[in-house]
Design a protein around this ligand. Structure first.
Ligand SMILES: Cc1cc2nc3c(=O)[nH]c(=O)nc-3n(C[C@H](O)[C@H](O)[C@H](O)COP(=O)(O)O)c2cc1C
Length: 210
């Protein structure tokens, strides 16, 4: 299956067969997340793989009783480590070493990032965390399609409850709960806006110039 096919085939799946998911498949999903891009290669994503029925039931409760949480054989709690953003000097060194950034970058880039980090608000960090972790989560989602698994992004949950259930410390934020399993439904494509509604050309609100 190629990427275009996986993108077209993907649906949010809320009904799963009870079959457990082999470890190799879970590893493949996590590997696809590991390879995602991130700003300054921060890699702030952290994942908690939950298979225990009791924990899943508790997560379902924290997610306003959304039943696909309790019924999926696996839940991946997709989190962001806000401390990861402070580790940029190491990441810049690695990027220089790997040839992704030119040698002189460190002298300019590291003080620039350091200044930003000294004044950054938690809200701003959360925006960066959301962008970076979302890419990794969607890697998992699309990889799952290729290996016959279904997923559903879940963001409607009580954050503090999920953190309590999973023993998550303060500097880690939950960005999504991802139920994973073999689909037991085959939903039709959900409605989408036309491309013209979501695209402008050259300037905001400007139509295509022929
Ligand atoms: C950030 C995000 C949060 C979502 N939160 C939930 C959720 O809490 N519960 C749920 O059942 N679906 C949730 N969804 C799934 C959406 O409802 C779904 O993507 C949308 O209706 C389009 O359907 P499709 O994914 O099948 O194309 C979420 C999706 C995204 C991307």
């Amino acid at each position: 299956m190629d990427v275009s096919e996986a993108i077209k085939k993907r649906r949010s799946i809320r009904k799963f067969k009870p079959d457990s998911i082999p470890e190799e498949k879970i590893s493949l999903l996590l590997e696809s997340a590991r390879l995602a891009p991130s700003g300054t290669n921060t890699q702030p994503w952290r994942f908690i793989v939950v298979k225990d029925d009791d924990t899943k039931k508790k997560l379902q409760g924290a997610a306003h009783n959304q039943r696909h949480i309790g019924r999926a054989p696996v839940i991946i709690a997709c989190c962001a480590d806000l401390k990861a953003f402070k580790e940029f000097p190491e990441r810049v060194d690695e990027l220089i070493e790997s040839g992704a950034l030119p040698e002189g970058t460190k002298e300019v880039f590291v003080p620039f990032l350091k200044k930003g980090m000294d004044t950054v608000t938690k809200d701003a960090l959360m925006v960066a965390a959301a962008a970076n972790v979302a890419i990794a989560v969607e890697h998992i989602v699309l990889q799952a399609v290729e290996i016959g698994l279904g997923t559903c992004w879940v963001r409607w949950y009580k954050d503090n409850k999920v953190k309590e259930i999973l023993d998550i410390p303060d500097h880690i934020e939950v960005m999504a709960l991802l139920p994973v399993g073999i689909p037991d439904e085959d939903p039709a494509p959900r409605p989408r806006f036309d491309i013209d509604k979501i695209t402008y050309w050259e300037k905001y609100n400007q139509g295509r110039i022929e």
